[in-house]
Design a protein around this ligand. Structure first.
Ligand SMILES: Nc1ncnc2c1ncn2[C@@H]1O[C@H](COP(=O)(O)OP(=O)(O)OP(=O)(O)O)[C@@H](O)[C@H]1O
Ligand SMILES: O=C(O)c1ccc[n+]([C@@H]2O[C@H](COP(=O)([O-])O)[C@@H](O)[C@H]2O)c1
Length: 192
């Protein structure tokens, strides 16, 4: 199978993530999309992060009704911060029968040259890039690259940061979250 990996903190997972992942599964040659819950992203502070298993539970709740979308805890037992190149090597060993591609927003492609061993990632994997509004420009080396595929998914300008801040300020965020996720985080009093 060809599997697209959507890496993120998912703190919490929101409708934006789900729309992009579903679009990739439905409108590209990817058979499945796995949401890889990252314990500690290399460029992010850990301070506002919920526990790994609580973030995984929310991804599970968001994806349970979709056959082609799956949660993954593959990074939970790998060294931190989690470098994607290491995770890809680990996945290749564990699932030699699958082909793994990376899903990322245009914003992340603009800083992709700062990722650990990004040349190795590009040598061995396809990148599926969706549009995202952001500053900066895509490096020349990535224009017309045969491993980089631009997929015309809808632009969803939501962010987990905005959702967390809104909850803290007592605002209603229900429409921005998959329904089961909203119920769970409301019951658990997360981000208040
Ligand atoms: N609204 C969105 N549309 C498309 N991609 C998104 C959206 N929000 C986040 N992403 C991308 O999804 C991946 C996982 O996102 P992440 O969990 O880091 O969410 P985030 O909403 O950007 O989080 P935070 O606001 O906490 O930094 C990242 O590659 C991020 O760029
Ligand atoms: O491997 C790297 O050097 C690297 C650097 C930055 C980000 N990443 C991955 O990209 C994912 C999205 O990053 P972020 O910071 O936009 O949440 C994150 O979960 C990491 O898995 C990976």
């Amino acid at each position: 199978m060809k599997i697209g990996l959507f890496f993120g903190s998912f703190n919490p997972i929101h409708i934006g993530h789900l729309v992009i992942a579903n679009h990739m599964a439905e409108h590209s040659d990817l058979d499945q999309v796995w949401f890889v819950v990252t314990p500690h992203s290399p460029f992010k502070k850990k301070s506002t992060l919920l526990d790994n298993y609580q973030r995984l539970e929310m991804v599970y709740l968001a994806t349970q009704d979709y056959d082609s979308l799956k949660p993954s805890d593959i990074e939970f037992n790998l060294p931190q911060p989690n470098y994607t190149v290491n995770t890809l090597a680990h996945l290749h060993e564990k699932f030699p029968q699958h082909e793994f591609a990376l899903i990322m927003g245009e914003d992340n492609l603009k800083s992709f040259h700062k990722w650990k061993n990004y040349e190795v990632i590009l040598k061995n994997h396809d990148l599926y890039v969706y549009p995202r509004i952001s500053d900066n420009r895509i490096e020349n080396q990535f224009h017309g690259h045969k491993k980089i595929h631009f997929i015309n998914a809808p632009i969803m300008e939501l962010s987990s940061t905005f959702i967390r801040k809104s909850i803290k300020a007592g605002k209603n965020v229900e429409p921005m979250l998959p329904q089961h996720v909203w119920k769970y985080l409301d019951e658990m009093n997360f981000y208040r």
